[in-house]
Design a protein around this ligand. Structure first.
Ligand SMILES: [Zn+2]
Length: 328
């Protein structure tokens, strides 16, 4: 597919999906295939639970047939029975081989694992799309590009010129856009407002704006627009109630919404996004000292929480660095 807008960004995924965890197995060599059949039959009946099911039992290596006899940790207790069995006499060499301990879920993982020892491959479609950059459609990418270029960039430029509040150490994120990719609706654009309230980080203000759609919202933030006339949009007024986009808002808070941030959020903002049931978060610059969507923690991936979402970083990084004079 030809991409009109090539927007580079990188999914923040669990590192375990880009690496291959390994374990050791005991492998025996054979001269002829008919010998291996006897051993495979023996192993299948005597120790079916001791094998790694995603691994092929047999491979040809340096013109020698090799069969996985057992996992290394159980081999001491198994060795005697194998040697003493009827098939024991045809085994003439054992060695330890390092193999993938889990079934690969993405292509890169499979290629490494299969190189160690032939194995099966269960492609995880979501993970694969996150890694190979096909998670967003071209139309969605165009929309994200448009939100950044037309709405966020001018405001960030202005905020920087005014001596933005992105210097606060707790959370450098300056601006948050919350949008619906399906309807191409920018629900709100919110700036950091810690001068009004110490907890009014950009994300907190944004989630609060979305909450107002459902008749909630905790705060009445003083500044709804920036003083040079660039409006901080909150598409929440009653006049929009007839709007099809507004009418389509039936899910809880940020379900099916994407949040676009200038910087990786702090722990409070990351948790607010999680509680809001956001679907995806995209940010430009990392917050190495305290960012919780990739730097210090990966809150979006933690198994203990009842909601997980997709996170992308390095979105329009160069453009933002140019605006901020690399003040990251
Ligand atoms: Zn924050």
């Amino acid at each position: 597919m030809f991409l009109i807008f090539s927007i580079k960004m990188k999914a923040v995924i669990n590192k375990s999906f880009s690496e291959v965890k390994t374990t050791e197995v005991i492998v025996a060599k054979f001269k002829e295939k008919r010998e291996t059949q006897k051993v495979l039959k023996f192993l299948k009946t005597t120790c079916p639970d001791l094998m790694l099911p995603h691994l092929k039992l047999l491979r040809k290596f340096d013109d020698v047939l090799e069969v996985i006899i057992a996992r290394a940790e159980v081999w001491p207790s198994l060795k005697e029975s194998v040697i003493e069995s009827k098939v024991g006499c045809i085994l003439y060499d054992f060695r330890i081989v390092r193999v993938s301990s889990r079934v690969p879920q993405v292509q890169q993982q499979y290629e490494v694992a299969n190189e160690l020892w032939p194995c099966s491959f269960h492609r995880n479609k979501l993970l694969s799309a996150l890694i190979d950059g096909t998670f967003f459609s071209e139309i969605e990418l165009q929309f994200l590009f448009s939100v950044w270029e037309k709405k966020m960039l001018p405001i960030v430029t202005y905020m920087d010129a005014q001596g933005a509040e992105n210097t606060i150490v707790e959370c450098p994120n300056m601006l948050t856009a919350i949008a619906c990719l399906k309807t191409q609706w920018v629900v709100c654009l919110t700036e950091i407002q810690v001068r009004d309230h110490p907890l009014a980080h950009s994300v907190m203000v944004g989630v609060d704006c979305v909450a107002k759609i459902e008749g909630g919202g905790a705060h009445a933030y003083a500044r709804n627009h920036i003083s040079n006339g660039i409006v901080i949009e909150t598409d929440l007024t009653n006049e929009n109630s007839e709007d099809s986009k507004y009418a389509s808002k039936s899910e809880y808070l940020c379900t099916n919404f994407v949040a676009i941030l200038t910087h990786e959020p702090c722990a409070m903002c990351a948790m607010a996004l999680l509680h809001s049931r956001i679907s995806s978060v995209i940010y430009s610059l990392p917050f190495e000292q305290g960012g919780c969507l990739g730097s210090k923690r990966n809150i979006h991936l933690e198994q203990n929480f009842n909601h997980r979402f997709n996170v992308f970083k390095e979105f329009k990084t160069k453009e933002l660095q140019d605006v901020l004079g690399c003040k990251t």
